[in-house]
Structures are given as structure tokens and as C-alpha cells.
Write a protein that binds this ligand. Structure first.
Ligand SMILES: C[S@@+](CC[C@H](N)C(=O)[O-])C[C@H]1O[C@@H](n2cnc3c(N)ncnc32)[C@H](O)[C@@H]1O
Length: 206
């Protein structure tokens, strides 16, 4: 991402269908570079349970994190509102223990199914009413499950996103202890040095 892209690689923050074809060109999106892929895989291993688990990847995009999670032995359900993104995710995970649905991340079409992990990277910032959305995501977890949220504040001229302090405050009444892991200092994740706020939050529920 450039300094004033908005987390989607397009700079618009809006047209995900149009962004799909070139979405993976960004180092942190496509994870094509082995060093970037390894850096994200290592982080993800630390955020996900050790045992094989059911992971719900909301706003999964082209499925890059879904693929890493599946490669670590987890069963993945991905949801994205953009059909071209879902097509790319399905192609990327063909033959894996994974299913992809077109739907709203704020109200995923998963019926009564419950998950060990709700994984969301770079999506919550774009959803209206994040507090209400987090309450719903919490309800999608099994007892002992966890939210893994990778977010940030992008850009310097017109910054957008969710600061870690605000997200932690939204989570505090919903979950157990909230762990914030800072990601800005690890250039391998982004394919370059970054100086804006990037982080992951891991929050388990009782
Ligand atoms: C910045 S991309 C992140 C994709 C993926 N999570 C990743 O980290 O590579 C944001 C994704 O969220 C999706 N998205 C945006 N709003 C959504 C919504 N309300 N419901 C489901 N998906 C949404 C977009 O289509 C896009 O694929």
C-alpha cells in the first residue's frame, strides 16, 4: 500500500469487485514473496489455536490468509461480499478443506454454525457500526473461541482505519483479556518499511 491507500490497494476504499483482479499485486495481499508469506504464516501460527480448528475468515478477499490457515491444518470458511474476490479465493484454495460464500461480513450467512476463530484482516475499518459487528462476531464463536483482528490506520494525509486503543476498548466488554501485537515494525509483512499504525488483536472469549 502507498501511504494514502486505504487498505484495499486501490485508494478508493470502495470498489472491491474492480480491485479483485490486481488485489494480490500488493505484497501483503498476494503474499507471493516467500519472505512475506513466511512472516504472515509465523504471525498467524501465534494467533490461531495449535489444534486443528474451524476458522471463519470474514472479508476474506482472495483468500491469502485462508490459504495460510488451511496450510496450518485448520478448516476454513471464507465470506466476502465481492463475487470476484470469492472466485479468486475458491481458485486459490481448490483441493483444501475450505468453503467460500458470498455474503456480508457483518452478518455472515453461516446459519447456526459456530467457529473456534473469527479471523478478519483489514475489513472492520470499512464496516459501519463496528461495535455492533463485534458483538455479532462474538456470538459466532464457540466457548473458548477467539477473535483475531488485523487492523490499522492507513495514510497520513487523510488517515482511515481503527486505532488499536479504540478497538481494544470496543472489545473489552465482550471478551476476556485483549492482546495487541504491533505489526508496523516488521517490514517483511508489508514488503517495505511503514510508519503508520498496524496491529493485530487477539481476544479470547470465556
Ligand atoms: C482490504 S480487503 C482484505 C481482504 C483479506 N481480508 C486480506 O486481508 O487479504 C477487504 C475485503 O473486504 C471485503 N468487504 C468489504 N466490505 C465487506 C462486507 N460488508 N462484507 C463482506 N466483505 C466485505 C472486500 O470485498 C475485500 O475483499
Amino acid at each position: 500500500m502507498t501511504n494514502d491507500d486505504h487498505g484495499d490497494g486501490t485508494g478508493t476504499g470502495l470498489d472491491w469487485d474492480a480491485a479483485a483482479a490486481t488485489f494480490d499485486d500488493e505484497p501483503d495481499h498476494g503474499l507471493r514473496d516467500p519472505e512475506a508469506r513466511r512472516a504472515w504464516a509465523d504471525r498467524l501460527r501465534g494467533w490461531l489455536p495449535e489444534r486443528p480448528s474451524d476458522v471463519l475468515d470474514l472479508g476474506c478477499g482472495t483468500g491469502s490468509l485462508s490459504l495460510l490457515a488451511a496450510g496450518q491444518g485448520h478448516r476454513v470458511t471464507g465470506v466476502d461480499s465481492s463475487p470476484p474476490m470469492v472466485d479468486l479465493a475458491r481458485a486459490k484454495l481448490v483441493g483444501r478443506d475450505a468453503a467460500f460464500l458470498v455474503g456480508d461480513a457483518a452478518a455472515p450467512p453461516v446459519g447456526e454454525e459456530r467457529f473456534d476463530v473469527v479471523l478478519v484482516r483489514h475489513v472492520l475499518w470499512a464496516l459501519p457500526e463496528p461495535g455492533r459487528v463485534l458483538r455479532h462476531w462474538r456470538e459466532l464463536l464457540r466457548p473458548g473461541g477467539r477473535l483475531v483482528l488485523v487492523e490499522g490506520v492507513w495514510g497520513t494525509v487523510t488517515p482511515v482505519g481503527i486505532p488499536a486503543d479504540r478497538l481494544a476498548a470496543l472489545l473489552a466488554p465482550l471478551t476476556g483479556p485483549v492482546r495487541v501485537e504491533r505489526l508496523s515494525g516488521d517490514a517483511r509483512l508489508w514488503g517495505k518499511d511503514v510508519d503508520d499504525e498496524r496491529y493485530a488483536v487477539v481476544a479470547a472469549v470465556p
